[in-house]
Design a protein around this ligand. Structure first.
Ligand code: MRU
Length: 346
């Protein structure tokens, strides 16, 4: 599998990331040693996608550790715990953020006696989270590509590609693996209003590698399915409950309902770090973002009356009966998820 897209990297005390808000017009890389700058990059969605947010938050804690100048271990730990707290406030829905921060917290709270030792361990843990994500995504691609036949047309929503992870992607890793193993497939990407991750990011990623992609607006999904133009749906996920409920980009639920109606298999693809074995449905916080994301196109062109009331939930929840399978690095879970997901996590 080939991809040269490096959405985020650790550069020895600095972090470098691709500002996805500027894509597809500019390939702008940002470099900073300031953890607060990185936290804002998550909030504004310069960095987005569940696994990428987790990696970025871990790197943020590593930045604070690498650049700490004191030598009192108790103060150092308090500073790092405050930084972890800051990152936990950036975006509420993707569980990978909290999963990565929990790992960082465990290191911070371990029994270190020197700032030097703790600094090294914090940076090492962040790098481990980054490297694991790349490795896991490659495996997910191999596992999921078995579901794809030569000649399939895959519909995907939002961007579950390299740009949403440390590399390769989840749903798009499956697509990449199928493509590079010689299957002649095509992709239909939904534009994904309001932030246009499909139109801007999925299209950019796939065209860069010559994987055939056709863009549709979100409102065209029913039509293309009714015409028999979609073989399978593969989407990413921000949080998967042990009941099999899939929390993902707003619009996913609509696609799943349509896929069910048209007998099109619907797969969610995610690392096991996206599975939340603890939360109940009522615990899930759906992020409500700035209304101007809906009133304007990417903060610019106003497309409605300026003070109209707006709803802007960033995610929705697809119930398990609409999900044909959940593809992870540990295998594919199928219904009944309340049995197969815990089995997969063992
Ligand atoms: O708001 P975003 O762009 O962070 O939402 C991203 C998604 O919903 C993705 O589908 C999900 O994070 C999976 S990414 C591999």
């Amino acid at each position: 599998m080939v991809t040269h897209i490096k959405p985020i990297e650790w550069l020895d005390g600095r972090v470098r990331w691709l500002n996805t808000l500027k894509l597809p017009w500019d390939e702008e890389y940002v470099e900073s040693s300031d953890y607060e700058r990185l936290a804002r990059a998550i909030e504004t969605m310069e960095i987005r996608g569940a696994p990428a947010i987790g990696v970025a938050a871990a790197f943020g804690v590593a930045l604070a550790a690498a650049n700490y100048e004191g030598n009192n271990i108790t103060d150092f730990k308090l500073v790092l715990l405050r930084v972890i707290e800051r990152f936990s406030k950036t975006r509420p829905t993707a569980v990978n953020l909290f999963w990565a921060l929990d790992r960082m917290k465990r290191v911070v709270q371990s029994n270190y006696h020197s700032t030097e030792e703790l600094r090294e361990s914090v940076v090492a843990e962040a790098l481990k989270i980054y490297e694991e994500d790349i490795r896991v995504n490659k495996v997910i691609g191999e596992v999921g590509s078995k579901l794809i036949n030569d000649g399939d047309t895959i519909l995907t929503h939002c961007n579950a590609g390299a740009l949403a992870t440390a590399g390769y992607g989840t749903a798009l890793s499956v697509v990449r693996e199928a493509w590079y193993s010689g299957k002649k497939i095509k992709v239909i990407a939904t534009e994904t209003r309001p932030m246009l991750q499909g139109a801007r990011l999925t299209v950019w990623e796939l065209m860069k590698e010559g994987i055939p992609v056709t863009l549709i607006s979100d409102s065209m999904v029913g039509y293309v399915m009714s015409k028999g133009l979609v073989s399978k749906v593969f989407v990413g996920a921000d949080r998967i409950l042990s009941s099999g409920h899939v929390v993902n980009k707003i619009g996913t639920y609509t696609i799943a309902v349509l896929a069910h109606h048209h007998n099109v298999p619907f797969y969610a693809v995610a690392p096991t770090s996206t599975i939340d074995p603890v939360s109940k449905l009522s615990d899930v916080v759906i992020e409500e973002r700035n209304p101007d994301e809906v009133r304007r196109i990417l903060g610019k062109l106003l497309i409605t009356v300026p003070d109209v009331d707006v709803m802007n939930p960033a995610f929705d929840i697809t119930p398990p009966h609409l999900v044909s399978g959940i593809v992870t690095e540990k295998g594919i879970a199928t219904q009944p998820y309340d049995k197969t997901i815990p089995e997969l996590l063992k």
